[in-house]
Design a protein. Structure first.
Lengths: 354, 373, 158
């Protein structure tokens, strides 16, 4: 079988045959964007369902099982409900920023999805500074959260937003540095090349000890980046009610909610790409069927997403000053030492390659 | 009116925030007026009265049998012990000698109530510091006790099983078997509470050295129950003024000298072990006999003032009845543990973060209907 | 050095915590404590002492055991029982005797304290184990416990 999943080129070639070049490339971009939007909106909804099911299993419950077989349509029904709900707001809210904020959050998380190599061909946008692009884009989302907290004229929301600001600024460093540790191994920021270099063994094996430390740091910092428990200072249900999205309802709330889950997917997908060989199968067992890469990629991602859910449903929440202590006194020094160790290791050629 | 008073004292950086009456951390309709500087709490003013039902006034209207069921609605998590408090007061006033069976059954049920209340507290405590799963584990074990109560008393929460003069009816034949089953089950589950939450490094960081209450302050604020004992203040009514069958059992009073949130947490965990210990001593030899002493259909207390205190899951509950010799009390006053424990919130949480306030408040184990009555 | 031992101990405690939830995750199929309430109506049985609502049992001759002594009405703390009674000539003895016209029970006021049932000398009222008491109209919560045309069982005296 040779199914071509190189969607951008396939669509572009098909469109080129019908219309002039400029129009065709714009049309291709729009259609690819639409395909991604639909796929990941639905994927986000199913991540919500997965979270609810996993939470239920941790908590001796059954979880949603009423809408559709095994509750499979539950989140669809929830989304429909949210679309139909009234969009409320506070009287003295800064209306422009208030309405802008959810789009900031959801668009920034959807943008990051463009660069992931689901298989060798199934990658919408293979930019040569892929990792850098991901780090940059993932910090844009916090602006939306800050805007939401500031503009909704609610002190609880403001506290949540300010916490989010301090949290994201701190943990951005750890995420970046732990990814840079791995970039030292590959020598490239381009995601397709990072995957290519893992054909000699996944990076977490190539880099052994420092890579495992980098992975642990990345998972902690990544969980913090998505504002999920145990780092959910931003929402902190028992402290701030709902945090920055206290005053949002209906679809605007749903955007925040969906963005959280897509962000979780993104964090896991970055880890999959950088540490676990993206679409590469273990020991190349399915090398002859490249389209199976999608399943490998998603499988690895789901495992990491499950790990984050496991964190969430087990650990208590940190306090805001402990959150900063963890970052600046533990993760960051460890990370800096780790990056030096990795550099020395690459220099002395101590990496493991098959 | 209140806000203007507070505003005039504001420094420019401080702001004012309403925590409650509808807030997940206040566990009910308690309103805290917080003055905050950034994240740091400067002042806490609890505002009460949202579910005041004037239970004390209603008691003046009711006969002594009828008072009992109102106390179910005070501290609804230890309703059996509340009922017992009223019944003991009336029985002492009438100088009734109760059969041993009544005393032992009351003690077992009280300790089961205490375990149930602490289970719920543990779950909610975990939820307040962000570990949502604890809630369901705590409720799973509490549910077994609720089943025991439902089978014997007929209700899960508002039992009203005590009447002045004994118990409303005898225990269910399955009671002993079910209680033993529960003890066996809970002995495997309580260590799990420790592995899941107590040992957790995040939890310890959140609790240790937070919300410190010294022994002197505990006494002067009138703290009782696990809150007082967490500060090293030996205030267990069961130990110092034994009632029912507590003089027949041996148990240790859970005492921790540290006075921080973690000490209060540990006291409650240890109390669950002690309660199991008490139940195990009594469950195998419940004496045979009547479960009621005959009283008049219309109980009239002799003229005078009567006081009895008991140890509920939250602390010392006092019942004070003034009687003029009629069938209704002249005045009833409940000394509820939650009210005095709430009064020290401002003392222990000021200077901490918002997260500390929530954690400290969770260790006080406030039940708002108990405070407001 | 305590810096590193802190990290080690911290991670260890976190992993032990995760092992507890992980264990329940793996045994979740049989461990679920949820009752799927409306679906399990057939198997859901309340305990025999469960206080659902007060009812007055009638036998096959449409006879109950209530003499109209009003002790339950007096015992009730909330006024949820009202007895409307009359005097009628007893057929067997020929004397005038108290008999109930209506035993009115306001379920909406009832706190399920059980004092009325304790007070009843003839066991005329008992607890029912029905707990699905919600209605769309609160007037439906006011119930007349004795059935129309019913009368007191012969020989019941208080």
């Amino acid at each position: 079988m040779n199914i071509s999943l190189n969607i951008t080129e396939t669509i572009q070639d098909w469109l080129m045959s019908m219309m002039p070049e400029g129009v065709a490339s714009i049309a291709a971009m729009v259609s690819v964007a639409l395909i991604y939007l639909i796929i990941f909106a639905v994927a986000g909804l199913y991540l919500v369902l997965l979270e609810r099911k996993v939470a239920a299993w941790f908590q001796l419950r059954i979880g949603p099982n009423r809408v559709g077989y095994w509750g499979l349509l539950q989140t669809m029904a929830d989304a429909l409900k949210l679309v139909s709900k009234e969009l409320t707001g506070t009287v003295k809210a800064d209306k422009f920023l208030y309405n802008l904020a959810p789009y900031f959050v959801i668009i920034s998380s959807l943008m990051a999805l463009a660069v992931f190599p689901f298989t060798k061909e199934f990658q919408a946008f293979d930019i040569n500074i892929g990792i850098f692009f991901l780090i940059a884009i993932s910090s844009v989302g916090v602006i939306g959260i800050l805007l939401a907290g500031w503009s909704s004229n609610n002190k609880f929301a403001l506290i949540g937003a300010m916490r989010s600001g301090v949290q994201t600024i701190s943990y951005e460093l750890s995420v970046g540095l732990s990814l840079l540790t791995m970039v030292l191994l590959t020598g490239s920021l381009q995601l397709s090349e990072i995957v290519e270099s893992q054909k000699e063994g996944w990076l977490i094996l190539q880099g052994h000890v420092p890579a495992i430390i980098a992975f642990m740091v990345y998972m902690i910092a990544g969980t913090a980046e998505t504002n999920r428990a145990p780092f959910d200072m931003v929402e902190a249900e028992s402290e701030l009610g709902a945090g920055f999205h206290t005053e949002y309802s209906g679809m605007k709330f749903a955007y925040f909610f969906l963005a959280e889950f897509i962000n979780m997917f993104i964090i896991a997908a970055i880890a999959t790409t950088v540490f676990f060989g993206a679409w590469l199968s273990p020991f190349g067992i399915t090398e002859s069927l490249p389209w199976l890469g999608v399943f490998w990629f998603l499988g690895k991602t789901i495992v990491l997403v499950f790990l984050m859910m496991w964190f969430r449903w087990t650990f208590p929440r940190l306090r805001v000053d402990q959150l900063l202590t963890l970052e600046w006194k533990y993760l960051l020094p460890i990370n800096l030492v780790n990056i030096v160790i990795m550099a020395v290791m690459v220099w002395l050629n101590l990496t493991i390659k098959f | 009116m209140e806000t203007t008073v507070v505003k005039s004292n504001f420094k420019s950086e401080e702001y004012f925030i309403n925590m409650g009456p509808q807030h997940p951390a206040t566990h009910g309709v308690l309103r805290l007026l917080l003055t905050i500087d950034g994240e740091i709490i400067k002042k806490i003013e609890p505002d009460l009265g949202y579910i005041h039902r004037s239970i004390e006034k209603m008691c003046e209207r009711d006969s002594y049998q009828q008072i009992v069921h109102l106390t179910d609605r005070m501290d609804y998590l230890s309703s059996h012990i509340n009922n017992e408090a009223v019944c003991l007061t009336v029985e002492n006033a009438l100088q009734l000698e109760l059969p041993d069976r009544v005393k032992v059954v009351r003690t077992i049920l009280s300790e089961l109530t205490r375990i149930a209340s602490h289970c719920l507290w543990w779950g909610v405590m975990g939820m307040d510091v962000g570990a949502l799963t604890t809630y369901f584990y705590g409720f799973r074990d509490r549910e077994m006790i609720n089943d025991i109560f439902e089978e014997t008393c007929g209700a899960r929460l508002t039992m009203n099983y005590n009447i002045p003069g004994g118990l409303m009816f005898d225990i269910h034949p399955n009671f002993v078997k079910r209680t033993k089953e529960f003890i066996a089950h809970f002995k495997t589950k309580l260590p799990e509470y420790d592995t899941l939450l107590t040992g957790n490094v995040i939890f310890q960081k959140r609790m240790k050295g937070v919300g410190i209450l010294s022994k002197e302050d505990a006494i002067s604020f009138g703290a009782s129950g696990p809150v007082g004992r967490g500060s090293g203040y030996s205030c267990d009514v069961r130990k110092h003024h034994p009632y029912s069958a507590y003089d027949k059992v041996t148990f240790n009073e859970a005492l921790k000298p540290d006075g921080d949130s973690f000490a209060r947490y540990q006291v409650r965990i240890q109390e669950m072990w002690e309660s199991m210990n008490i139940i195990e001593q009594l469950i195998d030899n419940i004496p045979e006999g009547d479960v009621q002493v005959a009283t008049n259909a219309v109980i009239k207390l002799p003229k005078g003032e009567f006081y009895q205190k008991v140890e509920t899951a939250r602390g010392e509950l006092g019942v004070y009845i003034i009687s003029t010799g009629t069938k209704n009390p002249y005045r009833v006053k409940f000394r509820s543990p939650g009210f005095s424990n709430l009064s020290l919130l401002n003392h222990i949480a000021v200077g901490g973060k918002i997260g500390d306030l929530v954690a400290s408040m969770a260790t006080l184990d406030l039940v708002i209907p108990d405070i407001d009555r | 050095m305590s810096y590193f031992s802190d990290i080690y101990k911290g991670i260890k405690t976190l992993l032990t915590g995760m092992s507890v939830t992980g264990k329940y995750f793996l045994t979740s199929r049989k461990g679920a404590i949820t009752q799927q309430y409306p679906d399990n109506r057939a198997t859901l049985k309340m305990f025999e002492r469960f206080r659902g609502e007060v009812v007055m049992p009638h036998d096959e001759n449409n006879e109950h055991q209530c003499t109209g002594c009003q002790k339950c009405e007096l015992a009730c703390p909330n006024g949820s029982i009202e007895i409307i009674w009359d005097r009628a000539i007893d057929e067997t003895t020929g004397k005038k005797k108290k008999k109930i016209d209506k035993h009115v029970y306001h379920l909406g006021l009832c706190t399920m304290c059980g004092l009325c049932i304790e007070a009843c000398p003839t066991d005329a009222i008992v607890w029912a184990q029905n707990f699905e008491n919600s209605t769309y109209d609160r007037t439906q919560l006011t119930k007349v416990l004795n059935r129309p045309g019913s009368k007191v069982k012969a020989g019941i005296e208080d």
